[in-house]
Ligand binder design. Structure first.
Ligand SMILES: Nc1ncnc2c1ncn2[C@@H]1O[C@H](COP(=O)(O)OP(=O)(O)OP(=O)(O)O)[C@@H](O)[C@H]1O
Ligand SMILES: [Mg+2]
Length: 243
């Protein structure tokens, strides 16, 4: 099925999404009946307690994982109609992902990690672009370091530079400021929202950081695999409880 039901301006449209896995203890429902619609250029924060299903949802939205049932339209394209190769092509073309665990390539330097997606996409001047991105995240002095020679916060900033280099249509970020001190966290948040505004990149951020969440246009809360959008007047209370 590759029918496009989404409004033209929807970056992400999700209908009745479920994710169930089989564990030694039996069947575990991680996501239960998720519906959401994200417009192109929006910024969305997903809050919620540890283990509530936030990273699982992000992986599904970015076509990195497959739902048990339900449909996701990414930029109007139904993911259920795509094979693995087509999903990889769609990701390469439209999506960047900042992983909670960074997922840097161990054997590549900071500079090479950032260059990689640009090289794969055939971007000219990939090296200069990567150097520029690493400068923007404050890592000009760490270009030739391998990930194991970098601190957690430095690795996170390399992952952020890598995600930005191809100016994605949709950027998924799983706790992008989780390992950063407040000065670096602020700098990264500024970069995220600059990308959102200058390139019309849709941002979907999972975060426990209320200040970052408040800078997003919408705040959604995940609880036990259910996603809700608190009314604005309740937002403050719900967000504080959610973290
Ligand atoms: N492949 C899997 N098999 C079994 N259980 C899984 C699997 N993937 C996720 N889970 C479980 O599903 C739940 C949701 O996981 P998820 O990583 O999405 O949570 P989260 O909201 O991102 O949490 P955190 O804030 O700690 O990162 C967790 O209880 C996790 O143990
Ligand atoms: Mg997570």
């Amino acid at each position: 099925m590759s029918t496009n039901f989404a409004n033209n301006s929807s970056a992400i449209n999700v209908t009745n999404l479920n994710k169930t896995v089989v564990t030694q203890e039996g069947e575990l429902t991680i996501l239960n009946g998720i519906n959401m619609d994200v417009k192109q250029g929006d910024s969305i924060a997903i809050l919620g307690p540890s283990g509530s299903g936030k990273s699982t949802l992000l992986g599904l939205l970015a076509a990195l994982d497959t739902p048990t049932s339900g449909e996701i339209l990414l930029d109007g394209q139904a993911l259920s109609g795509l094979n693995e190769e087509q999903k990889a092509a769609l990701r390469k073309q439209k999506v960047s992902f900042i992983f909670q665990s960074f997922m840097l390539v161990d054997t590549l330097t900071a500079l090479e990690n950032v260059m990689l997606p640009a090289e794969l996409a055939g971007v000219v001047n990939a090296r200069e672009k990567a150097e520029n991105m690493l400068e923007r995240v404050g890592l000009s002095h760490r270009l030739t370091h391998l990930p194991k020679q970098l601190s957690g916060g430095e690795q996170q900033r390399v992952a952020i530079a890598r995600a930005f280099i191809c100016e994605p249509k949709v950027l998924f970020a799983d706790e992008p400021t989780g390992n950063l001190d407040s000065a670096n966290g602020d700098k990264i948040a500024d970069m995220l929202f600059a990308l959102n505004q200058e390139s019309d990149t849709t941002l979907v951020l999972v975060t426990h950081d209320l200040e970052l969440a408040k800078r997003c246009k919408r705040q959604l809360v995940m609880e036990n695999g259910h996603l809700s959008e608190p009314a604005v007047s309740e937002e403050q209370n719900v967000s504080e409880e959610a973290c």
